[in-house]
Design a protein around this ligand. Sequence first.
Ligand SMILES: *Cc1c(COP(=O)(O)O)cnc(C)c1O
Length: 398
Amino acid sequence: MIAALMPTYNRADLAFEHGEGSWLFTVDGRRFLDFGAGIATSSLGHGNKHLTDAIAEQAHKVMHVSNLYRVPGAERLAARLVEATFADSVFFCNSGAEANEGMIKMIRKAQYEAGHPERYRIICFEGAFHGRTLATLAATGNAKYLKGFGPEVDGFDHVPFNNLNALRDAIGPQTAGVIIEPVQGEGGVRPAYLQFLRDLRTTCDEFGILLGFDEVQCGMGRTGKLFAHEWAGMTPDVMSAAKGIAGGFPMGAILAKEHVAKALTPGTHGTTFGGNPLACAAANAVLDVVLAPGFLAEVDRHARKLWFGLVEIAREFPTVFEDARGAGLLLGLKCVIPNTEVQEAFMHEGLLTVGAGDNVVRFAPPLVVTEQDIDTCLDMVRKGARRCLPSASSIAAK
Ligand SMILES: *Cc1c(COP(=O)(O)O)cnc(C)c1O
């Protein structure tokens, strides 16, 4: 008989009772170092007092009122995001997929309002991940995820990642825009070349099409800048955010320049829960921490430490790892043996990681990770790698 909890995930047999910082504790008293952070989402780690107090205080006052009324917390959060980014205006929703759906609608509507209703197609990249709704699945373009769900939503073209010639060739009279993750997360922890992002900007301007960034995973401080594209010194027209934005409270956002944002006039887009007082209290608390002077510099410093450690380990174990890759605190080890075996070995050592495409094991610790946590992680990675050596497994098999 089917489980009461619908079995749409391959879950590890671990149940956590509470967490502190980068650590999670199971109901049966074991502890794990959490370098998955709920898939790059628990940005302030577990049990962060500033965040939990903000949520508790707001919950006591009022959690939800709908977008029929003003929400002061949402106004403040939007103003802070506008102040800190390229954006002129922000729309709040509840997840990454919902943010991307809205971004797709915004790009199409902005072209329509600009007198180009024929421009509705969006160019996306191979290895992308944009979500599991019907349109974001089509934007993702992964045959494995699309199979069995009926006709694919029309309007998405795919080109190889980091390939400007392929992108230019794909632009046609119906092209409305381009959507890219500055660092591909699910697809295998692959950063776009910074020059490629700059070339994308000039190409989009040249053809009069809009540039959308999906920073659902790589944004909100994860790369040591508030948003990953800042490393390239350029800006998109519109961008989605989610995952870490409210530290584990479900929230998404679309940040846009005025020329795109103004296409969504009252009544053209909406969501019941989006930007409610409780979610905004959480996100404002996250911003208090992430925007505090010196915080992102610390993320960058810790990211470099983890990066150099992983590079060294990849060299030490060439039969287990091919290379280290990624940006900031979104790093990966590409494996030689199946990544699931590597993850299992890490879990034996007490380390939680997340799988990614292209046979990669992903490291996305809380942004508040400490130097000591990183040392502990690297120690566990090394021990886990030893478990994966061919000789180790043949000894274990005997
Ligand atoms: C996780 C993710 C999404 C989808 O977010 P959900 O909140 O799961 O809907 C979209 N884009 C990227 C880059 C992601 O990492």
